[in-house]
Design a protein around this ligand. Sequence first.
Ligand code: HC9
Length: 503
Amino acid sequence: MSLLLAPRLALWRSCSVLSDCCSLRVSSSASVVRHSHSSIVRPFNEIPGLWKNSVGNLYNFWKQDGFKNLHRIMVHNFNTFGPIYREKIGYYESVNIIKPEDAAILFKAEGHYPKRLNVEPWTAYRDYRNRKYGVLLKSGEDWRSNRVILNKEVISPKIQENFVPLLEEVGQDFVVRVHKKINRSGQNKWTTDLSQELFKYALESVSSVLYGERLGLMLDYIDPEVQHFIDCITLMFKTTSPMLYIPPELLRKLGSKVWRDHVEAWDGIFNQADRCIQKIYKELRVLASLLLLDKLSIEDIKASVTELMAGGVDTTSITLLWTLYELARHPNLQEELRAEVVKARETSQGNMQEMLKHIPLVKGALKETLRLHPVAVSLQRYVAEDIIIQNYHIPAGTLVQLGLYAMGRDPKVFLRPEQYLPTRWLRTETQYFRSLGFGFGPRQCLGRRIAETEMQIFLIHMLENFKVEKQRHIEAKSVFELILVPDQPIILTLKPLQNSQLV
Ligand code: HC9
């Protein structure tokens, strides 16, 4: 009996194989595209994920406290669905990817006018107050023409020379301030949550570069208006995230508190920037060079300069805070970095511009911080053409997000991702589309050059003068407040080094 059945079974099996082939052939000629390596490309609608019930997804997202946990939800989704998933939350629909190779495909398809996710609350405010968009929010040819001119003044390598001395001065003043605090404590050390101090350092730095004017934030008494500006930036970020998934227009009509706070925050930001811009028309810095070029309207300049100023406070200061935190947790590494800085100072005989060329490990540390604690949870582009990622067809116009936080912690992308290892950036591991903390291509962070220089100079000064220690055992995590920030205050202790001199 069984002997008789066996051949029939075999026959049935081969039949089913045949019919599989047939159905594949049929569908490939109908809607499925053939990929170059002869594998069959699968249609957009087969991408796994949660995109069929957008309202239900929004509800679940809200239940999981998604507004604060966006980064962890993304990690979870990649673990569930694999390296590509499609998602729809409220009116926000995207395809999410995690692999550096796929990021490369995405950025190659960004087109002439790269477009990322529109942060609706930000444009809603500008429209509401009738204020111009800067390059942060502009699109199309208007974006491109503004960006090309701003690039020359803000991000070109040549211009870096101009702001190194300005940033060095702010760095030195910060050291003096810390020494003062240490002396006053009477304990030969200063234990504190440095975040406020770092906000001030970052704002002082960026203002100095943009306006050529010092705000005096390294002094004991600071202008309450400037403190208000700092608070407004934090409030602006905080109030943005709850409005990402609900149309701000609607919240405005309902007179909701989050919208009102958001408007108040941006009002505070624009007022302070207006005051700064008003005061220093003549100074020969970024702002003045732009005015002299006479290629952009004063309103366009104001809009982008305000964005640079507001975008350069929490972002750099939090990255520095995470870096100090990691150095406090890894004392041996801290010594290695210090040795590099001491040697660099010798080699370059104190010339800061030169010194910045001899600190690969410090630069690696900043990349490592942005890998584990990125400011932006994701990078996004609306693809300008049809692309194929992970063998799925993605039509032009789709919003594709690279999960930057998830990628930084993926063991398939980084060896031992949980370890803070600045040396991995010294060309021992491949770097292909892995260091994306500032984005990529013509739409990358405009403030990148200022931020990098400012952070490197800060670390040089701190390492030369102080030892950074951590008090108790704390394990700080990220929380999403539009940008990722520490979920608790990070208390650090600064101790003067033996040979630290008062500058
Ligand atoms: C936030 O799902 C999460 O220095 C969203 C997608 C998104 C879109 C735009 C991103 C934003 C995220 C994070 C914060 C970014 C922003 C674009 C610019 C902004 C990266 C990933 C920077 C921090 C800017 C802000 C400048 C501004 C406030 C003047």
